[in-house]
Design a protein around this ligand. Structure first.
Ligand code: IPM
Ligand code: MG
Length: 357
């Protein structure tokens, strides 16, 4: 029996993850799900954000379905003791260097975008964010130098780290429209110069993919000017963190944004960690109001990338698309009404079961 590790985490994590488990079970019956603590709740129960037992359960599983981590009361802790250390730690531990973050406007959702609907109608791009290097993983120090508090966040990239994520992005571009935008800050950062040089080198193995380079500040601007001009975007860790949130909001809500963190080619059916981008959303946590679709679309990617079940993935995505068009919808998408997390999950499960029956 194929085992999936379920790490609900904090905030709305448990609600949306439970919804995703139900949907995945409907689309791909016969999986076994094993739950484990992570993040703030793991700090509270086990005393650390990423308990060894949780890591063991993950390593015995085919994939990880992840909710969200974070919570109040941890701001005074050093970065490696905070709930967020758990997700960074899992990415590093399992070498999940390639982060796939689609930003797609489903039919009928155009009017939810903060941009004019004609600008986003049919928008369908995907970020490949480098996930285990760069600023978030370098040495961090706070010292006193010449009487001044002095802080260092070290940014390190090794050639092979850039090369493997570039290869992943080219391979993904090849499976889509064969266009790739590489985002960097080549005019200021040495790390970006190496990034660009290696991306150009890798491009030689993908002559059928059209490559363009864009500076990150310009990319932030072009994303709101004409998001449909992009298809696959590859970039380093922090730029990808920021730009993928921007793109998610352009689709109308971060509640439908999904992600996959992988360590093998996009068609390899390997191990992966799947999580919605929305985070813990403490203001609505525990109220059954959260949009479960980000988690549900993450489960669809789990079916696609870790189970090799393209039919199951497509079934979930179709059911999500129909549910977004016809309802019910959570209140981030429907100010007037606003269905519960469970009502949306019920509707998606029912649409999957109808096709399967
Ligand atoms: C994300 C989040 C994380 C990140 C945080 C929680 C460490 O913002 O997945 O985008 O920065 O990667
Ligand atoms: Mg983020």
């Amino acid at each position: 029996m194929t085992q999936i590790a379920v790490l609900p985490g904090d905030g709305i994590g448990p609600e949306v993850t439970a919804a995703a488990v139900r949907v995945l079970d409907a689309a791909h019956p016969g999986l076994s799900f094993v739950e484990a603590p992570i993040g703030a709740n793991a700090i509270a129960t086990v005393g650390e954000p990423m308990p060894a037992d949780t890591v063991r359960i993950c390593s015995e599983s085919a994939a990880i379905l992840f909710g969200a981590v974070g919570g109040p009361g941890h701001d005074h802790l050093p970065p490696d003791k905070r709930p967020e250390a758990a997700i960074l730690g899992l990415r590093k531990h399992f070498n999940l260097y390639a982060n796939v973050r689609p930003a797609r406007v489903f039919p009928g959702m155009e009017t939810r975008s903060p941009l004019r609907s004609e600008l986003v109608d049919g928008m369908d791009l995907v970020f490949v964010r480098e996930l285990t290097g760069g600023l978030y993983f370098g040495e961090k120090t706070l010292t006193k130098e010449d009487g001044h508090e002095t802080v260092r966040d070290v940014l390190i990239y090794r050639d092979y780290e850039i090369e493997r994520v570039a290869r992943f992005a080219f391979a993904l571009a090849r499976m889509r429209s064969k266009r790739l935008t590489s985002v960097d800050k080549n005019n200021v950062l040495l790390s970006s110069q190496l990034w660009r040089r290696i991306v150009i080198e890798v491009a030689k193995d993908f002559p059928d993919v059209k490559l363009e380079h864009m500076l990150v500040d310009n990319a932030a601007m072009q994303l709101v000017r004409d998001p449909r001009a992009f298809d696959v975007i590859v970039t380093e860790n922090m730029f990808g963190d920021i730009l993928s949130d921007e793109a998610a909001m352009i689709t109308g809500t971060i509640g439908t944004a999904s992600s996959a963190a992988l360590n093998s080619a996009p068609d390899a059916n390997g191990f992966g960690l799947y999580e919605p981008i929305s985070g813990t959303a403490p203001d609505i946590a525990g109220k059954g109001l959260a949009n479960p679709i980000g988690a549900i679309l993450s489960a669809a990617m789990l079916a696609r990338y870790s189970l090799g079940d393209e039919a199951g993935a497509t079934a979930i995505e179709r059911a999500v698309s129909e549910t977004l068009a016809e309802g019910p919808r959570t209140r981030d998408l429907d100010a007037a009404g606003g269905a519960s997390t469970n009502a949306v999950a019920d509707a998606i499960v029912a649409r999957i079961s109808k096709v399967a029956a």
